[in-house]
Design a protein around this ligand. Structure first.
Ligand code: SF4
Ligand code: SF4
Length: 378
């Protein structure tokens, strides 16, 4: 596998973006798309407009569609499933700009819930159900959005295929893998099965701070292309201000042989390597990342204390909450209940997966650290 990553400066202007993606694709030995059915997988976490920088921008998707048409692909599909299972798909596709693109380009928006599932074996979860649609196409093109992520630190190439786990099964994965390392193993298992033919990252405007939805849009001004998912995510981690080895999906995918983690061994084309290191990005205030600063001799003590006294947990800000109950529906451990006056979190049940924080459309959930966590990890 090649460890080339193409990084071009880009804006959301379709013609120049298309030209850059086309040039980037020339560096790779891609299959012939002529006569093939091709599935484009963006990040459509929630029904949110493109300017919020939560979802892959429709201009990137439209540029890829036009390239595929020039390559004479037979059928082109766009599809994803949102984090909140009760979201109406038509609404999701309309608000994210996908519907407009699909109608203009006359390509298909797929309802991934209607295809049934195919189960893959998982070391952590026993099995993982993926939408069967992935077996009905010839090639998959992965088009993630570069964002910070409160649970995994970063969401990009490898995390993006989690959207192919339909419905409540996403919550089941969270309930089984309650720490980020195990969750990353599941993400890598899914990515390996999906095996996109190419990854094209929308890092033009991504997200910093409390991503993947409650953060702030951040202009990185890049479109990143590569076949090696680890190498693409290594470059993305550096753009997001993280060391590549801080990101569990990078480490686990590298150990599984999915790609290259050493930036020295990755050929970055289109941009000087020195310019992909960002140092001023606002990172997530994630307890798991902070805990890595604990001296080694405290490791076993902290592993006991983790669940007991050192916690990061969600707090609902009642004045912002509109009682849409999305958090209640998406909590994998049924820790949130509805009361006509306020939403209530049962902290004995909470496993700190932060799905509620990720999916709250009002940014009404903040993450707090327990007293001891605040003392240890300022
Ligand atoms: S906290 Fe957020 S997701 Fe939960 S009910 Fe309130 S507004 Fe909806
Ligand atoms: S309350 Fe929020 S953080 Fe806790 S288990 Fe439920 S979704 Fe996860």
């Amino acid at each position: 596998m090649s460890s080339k990553v193409i990084v071009y400066n880009a804006e959301y202007e379709k013609e120049s973006l298309k030209d850059k993606i086309k040039r980037a694709l020339e560096y790779f030995d891609l299959p012939n798309f002529k006569g093939k059915r091709v599935f484009i997988k963006p990040n459509l976490l929630m029904a949110s407009s493109p300017d919020k920088a939560i979802t892959t921008h429709p201009t990137v998707i439209e540029a890829i569609i036009e390239i595929l048409k020039e390559k004479e692909a037979r059928e082109i599909f766009i599809g994803d499933t949102p984090g909140n299972t009760s979201t109406n798909l038509d609404h999701l596709y309309r608000v994210t700009g996908m519907k407009e693109v699909a109608e203009r380009q006359k390509v298909n928006l797929v309802n991934l819930y209607t295809y049934g599932v195919v189960n893959i074996k998982s070391e952590v979860a026993g099995n993982i159900p993926l939408t069967k649609f992935i077996k009905e196409v010839d090639y998959i093109i992965n088009v993630p959005k570069l964002k910070t992520h409160t649970f995994m630190l970063m969401t990009c190439t490898i995390k993006n295929t989690f959207g192919l786990v339909p419905g409540m099964n996403k919550s089941r994965m969270h309930a089984i893998a309650i720490n980020p390392e195990n969750f990353a193993k599941i993400l890598v298992e899914i990515f390996s099965e999906v095996n996109p033919v190419i990854n094209i990252v929308d890092a033009i405007v991504g997200m910093e701070g409390e991503g993947p939805s409650a953060g702030t849009p951040r202009k990185f001004g890049k479109i990143i292309t590569g076949k090696d998912p680890v190498a693409v995510d290594v470059v993305s981690s550096l753009l997001l201000g993280y060391k590549p080895e801080e990101i569990y999906t990078n480490l686990i995918a590298y150990k599984k042989g999915l790609g290259e983690i050493n930036i020295e061994k990755i050929e970055v084309i289109g941009e000087e390597k020195a310019k992909i290191y960002n140092h001023d990005v606002v990172k997530v205030k994630n307890f798991y990342s902070l805990s890595k600063n604990v001296p080694a001799f405290m490791g076993s003590i902290t592993s006991f204390l983790y669940n007991k006294f050192i916690r990061q947990y969600p707090v609902i800000e009642d004045e912002k909450c509109i009682k849409c109950r999305i958090c209640e529906n998406s909590c994998p451990n049924k820790a949130i209940t509805y009361d006509p006056n306020k939403m209530i979190i049962d902290y004995k049940k909470c496993i700190s997966c932060f799905c509620c924080h990720e999916l709250c459309p009002q940014k009404a959930i903040r993450l707090e650290k327990s007293l001891l966590a605040r003392r240890l990890f300022r």
